[in-house]
Design a protein around this ligand. Sequence first.
Ligand SMILES: Cc1cc2nc3c(=O)[nH]c(=O)nc-3n(C[C@H](O)[C@H](O)[C@H](O)COP(=O)(O)OP(=O)(O)OC[C@H]3O[C@@H](n4cnc5c(N)ncnc54)[C@H](O)[C@@H]3O)c2cc1C
Length: 348
Amino acid sequence: MKTQNLIVGQGLAGTLLYHHLTKRGARCMIIDDDHATCASAVAAGFVNPISGRRLILSDDFEKYYAEAEATYREMERTLREHLFEPKDIVRFYDSFTEQKNWSERKDRIKSAPYVKSFQPAGLYRRWFHDPYGSLVIKGHICHLHRLLSSFREQTGPDHIVPGAFDAARLEVTADGVAYRGIQAKRVIFCEGFRVTQNHYFAKLPWKHAKGEILLLEHEGPPLPDKIFNFGKWAYRASDKTVRLGTTFYWRTIDTEPSEEARREILARAETRIVFPYTIKQQYAGVRPVLLDLNPVAGLHPRHPRVGILNGFGAKGVLRGPHAARQLAEYLTEGRPIDRSINISRFNI
Ligand SMILES: Cc1cc2nc3c(=O)[nH]c(=O)nc-3n(C[C@H](O)[C@H](O)[C@H](O)COP(=O)(O)OP(=O)(O)OC[C@H]3O[C@@H](n4cnc5c(N)ncnc54)[C@H](O)[C@@H]3O)c2cc1C
């Protein structure tokens, strides 16, 4: 079998890269091990324009949002699936002081256009302890699980090869790469956090962050279809289930659910959630993160047949489309990749 680009990993990075390359007429094949360690399959998929307790507009939001939305809309048309939608983020105040500070600052700060309204205390009392009211932030959600599975179904077995990629079987020459009967011009690694086992790119300054999520089942009225934020977040997964997360751990990097994370999430939830629930599932994933918190895209400086797209961190939905497009344009048209995400910013 012949192709131009052999992509390893079909998480968000591999899927976006395939989209941008094929859109430009390049041929691709993807190898993926059935999402064995896929952060994208675990992630909530939120885009939140505002960060932190002081409700500051995230630096990268205005720079990347329009392109992200346009890319997911394009993929919606290709895959004929509903993937990306506005979703209000209800951010509960922690105190009257916080509420007062916001109303004093609200006309002066850059994040103000992304805040829809103030909501009085008690509006969500059937589900949450809500004594100080809340702000409604204009957020979005990308249904990542749906994106990955419909991409996989529709792209089909001729272009997606199931199974674990075995690095020992890869042959790299000056003219291209060969892997188990597949001949390609190059291989691009989109392996998420498992990049640290890849000898070409393991030396980049990685600082991955493990995150966990609980799936709760409950009786009574369904949670309103919004993202509730109280240090942790909760949102409706179905009429009877709620997803609750998340954690950031840098010490243990694996995809095993942990007691420590479960305790941390529940301790926070107990201060807010008033509906009775049972825990049905716990999921763990690893955000692939570089020390400077930017993605990385490009070809290896000494092995030009070997490339990478990775490091999407905690903002894959927002930042992934731009990074994937930049790499696709570089590979198909030779356009330079932005310095901030270019692999050339590192010495490897
Ligand atoms: C709990 C949690 C919550 C998150 N919430 C959000 C959020 O709300 N918004 C947001 O924007 N981001 C969020 N993220 C971050 C987001 O998940 C990542 O930025 C993004 O998914 C990374 O995508 P990726 O394709 O680089 O890696 P991955 O999604 O991990 O994909 C890598 C793929 O490659 C496969 N693979 C790896 N090695 C091999 C191999 N040798 N052979 C075959 N296949 C291989 C893996 O199994 C996987 O399918 C969250 C992450 C976590 C863990």
